[in-house]
Ligand binder design. Sequence first.
Ligand code: ADP
Ligand code: MG
Length: 296
Amino acid sequence: MSVIEIKGVKKYFTKEVYALKHIDLLINEGEMVSLIGPSGSGKSTLMRHISGLLLADKNSQSSIRVLGKTIQSKGKLDKDIRTSRAQIGHVFQQFNLVNRLSVLTNVMVGGLSRIPSYRSLLGWFTAEEKRLALQALDRVGLKNVALKRACDLSGGQQQRVAIARALMQKANVILADEPIASLDPESSRLVMQTLKDINEKDGITVVVTLHQVDYAQKYCQRAVALQDGAVFFDEQINQLNQHKLNQLYGTQAVHSFSEDTVSSSNGMNMSNGMPYSQDGTANTEEDHSQPRSLIN
Ligand code: ADP
Ligand code: MG
């Protein structure tokens, strides 16, 4: 069954500036899909369309459905968007936690669509909500830091709290936009492993945009590559090779490609030239990870 159905999505920000030319894409239940492609190819824009944070062009015959519910159609949000959006969890590069609040409260806030707003404003949560939040934190290996302030955690831990928040939300689909772009290799590994774990054990469908192709190879089954606002290839991860990546990234240099996988699966010897260092320090891409436009 397709959990995410994207048909004919076009997005022009202005007459000249387009982000998506025409996207058709189906993502099935339980898949863990990486969305890759050069900076500016439209990955974040597509993710925001999936959750209805951005609307496709009105004059297109587009539609996006998630878990059988329409998110947007022909550039208009569905009237039940709040219910549909509640099933979609977001994880961003910058974590989006409230720094001064405890880790536990940050996770409980994930259940907001089910909690009356006066209670959340006052910080009143029930014992059951606390139990569920602790369970979600346990799931990502962070129960022991539940009472710390979010800002006292490392970047990798904060990102796992963001994943716990999506679990608390009872999301069936998680959209993670560059979740490891600002993390060191060990934290990146833990965050990706956490996403893989909830994908495999909880059956949550995960779409993750990644700069580092070797992480896509290691943790995802399928790679959808965008180039210039269109799907350039959509393949099982073991079909990827350096030639395709060179075509995809072009002048953005040779992209990271795991030598391990290359030598074992293709028997070829390839260099690991990386425009984006795995510790995130050389990642100078413009940050599009925060929603610029919130349409309610
Ligand atoms: P990626 O996530 O693959 O790096 P984006 O989806 O952020 O790419 O951007 C795709 C294209 O759309 C880029 O050319 C970018 O500059 C442009 N773009 C993205 N958001 C906006 C916006 N709010 N207004 C104008 N142009 C935008
Ligand atoms: Mg992006």
